[in-house]
Design a protein around this ligand. Structure first.
Ligand code: ADP
Length: 450
């Protein structure tokens, strides 16, 4: 049983997790850095532990301190949220060896998906469709280039250790290869301390469609349908929705089953997301699996009526999944817009400062605001400058989209520059309305959006 839960995170996701814990009567422990002394997640928790200075490496990434305090406070389980230690196999192991439940998959599953190339090899063996490409260990430039020449341009170079769109380069022809490889390697080394590369066929107009999966420790697995996260900038998601527009039942089922196959191939437990590229002709290809709760999980909650954090805690306690595949139903349509303190007119540069005014739209069963800040808080340089996630539901995509636009209009923030006007332009764009979504949406409609 989980009676006391430590949330090893900050911001909106720490608050989100604690909300469910409170609802279940589970005691909560927050952790915080110097910058977060007065943060909302600290105020929400029953107990709070100061970890250290503001930089993440001195606070939110201090697994040693987190475990030490968790033990001293008699914590039963640790929820890592997303980012920070959530996909750190060593941390999952550390929890286990200290008799603390890690609310996430076994360390072996995190490890298996930690490298994009190793993950692709496992998926290939399990029979999950892959983007054509090279994911071998031989990293000589001649080998990589030969692979690119053989599959034909354009190709995408990807860091095996990558994440957040870093260490990726498109290569349009043979002549650009060497320079792009060096740039991708440099970026990967700087961000991840590793420059192992994959070469993939670059799909020119794909959609990013991902499947939410859940597995328990009794061998059961279900999928909670899909999310379309095609609208991106520099491979970062801007507005997500569920279900994906224009999905046929047959594609939905095939993708769902492929995602379960992927999860079972690594003996997965808990919440996971299998990301696919969906091509115009309906073919889909495995990209990667994220072994944690995703930022965009609320859209799935809106269309299924399930609380994914509640599912996570239940599975972590060793229970069977709350529902079977047949019992899960998909209802209506949901959007999530990520509200950021950033300046779209200035290359989306993060904007820091005090939130002098923070007035979100009124929440209801149709409108949800997940946030970790209140008026008067400061958006600092230390962490991701996301202010909130605005999530709306409607009976249909059209209704949900109108509601999103209204809600964005009712969101008032002063003190920092935000992307709200940019989000309004995206959501009111005629191609977006018509659900003409591909990962190149922002680039293609650049003139209308900026
Ligand atoms: P990261 O882990 O850095 O987020 P992903 O592998 O998840 O990287 O890819 C991020 C995004 O890059 C995808 O959502 C998609 O827009 C684009 N992408 C990835 N692989 C390909 C590909 N082979 N062809 C076209 N676009 C791709």
């Amino acid at each position: 049983m989980i009676n006391k839960l430590l949330v090893a995170n900050r911001g909106e996701i720490a608050c989100r997790v604690m909300k469910t814990a409170k609802h279940l009567g589970v005691k909560t422990v927050a952790v915080y850095s110097d910058a977060d002394v007065n943060a909302r997640h600290v105020a929400m928790a029953d107990e709070a532990i100061h970890l250290g200075p503001s930089p993440s490496k001195d606070s939110y990434l201090r697994s040693d301190l987190i475990i030490e305090h968790a033990k001293a406070l008699g914590v039963d389980a640790i929820h890592p949220g997303y980012g920070f230690l959530s996909e750190n196999a060593e941390f999952a192991n550390l929890c286990k060896s200290n008799d603390i439940i890690f609310v996430g998959p076994p360390a072996s599953a995190i490890e298996a998906m930690g490298s994009k190339s190793a993950a692709k090899r496992i998926m290939e063996e399990a029979g999950v469709p892959l983007v054509p490409g090279y994911h071998g260990d031989d990293q000589q430039e001649s080998t990589l280039k030969q692979a690119a020449d053989d599959m034909g341009y354009p190709v995408l170079l990807k860091a095996a250790a990558g994440g957040g769109g870093k260490g990726m380069r498109q290569v349009w022809n043979e002549g650009e290869f060497t320079q792009a490889l060096n740039a991708a390697k440099r970026e990967s080394m700087a961000s991840f301390g590793d420059d192992h590369m994959l070469v993939e066929k670059y799909l020119t107009r794909p959609r990013h469609v991902e499947i939410q999966v859940f597995c328990d420790s009794h061998g059961n697995g279900v999928y909670l349908f899909e999310r379309d996260c095609s609208v991106q900038r520099r491979h970062q998601k801007i507005i997500e929705e569920a279900p994906a527009p224009n999905m046929t039942q047959s594609i939905r089922e095939s993708m769902g089953e492929a995602a379960i196959l992927a999860a079972k191939a690594i003996n997965y437990e808990g919440a996971g997301t299998v990301e696919f590229l969906l091509d115009e002709d309906g073919s889909f290809y495995f990209m990667e699996m994220n072994t944690r709760l995703q930022v965009e999980h609320p859209v799935t909650e809106m269309i299924t009526g399930e609380d994914l954090v509640q599912w996570q805690l239940s599975v972590a306690e060793g229970n069977a999944l709350p529902k079977t595949q047949q019992e899960l139903t998909l209802n209506g349509h949901a959007f999530e817009a990520r509200i950021y303190a950033e300046d779209p007119a200035n290359n989306f540069l993060p904007s820091t400062g005090v939130l002098h005014l923070l007035q979100p739209p009124e929440e209801s069963s149709l409108i949800r605001v997940d946030t970790g800040v209140v008026q008067g808080d400061e958006v600092s340089v230390y962490y991701d400058p996301m202010i909130a996630k605005l999530v709306v539901w409607g009976e249909s995509r059209d209704i949900a989209l109108k509601r999103l636009l209204h809600a964005l209009g009712d969101y008032h923030i002063a003190g920092v520059t935000t992307n709200i006007d940019f989000l309004k332009r995206v959501a009111s764009n005629s191609a977006f309305k018509a659900a003409e979504l591909t990962t190149t949406f922002v680039e293609k409609h650049n003139d209308a959006l900026f």
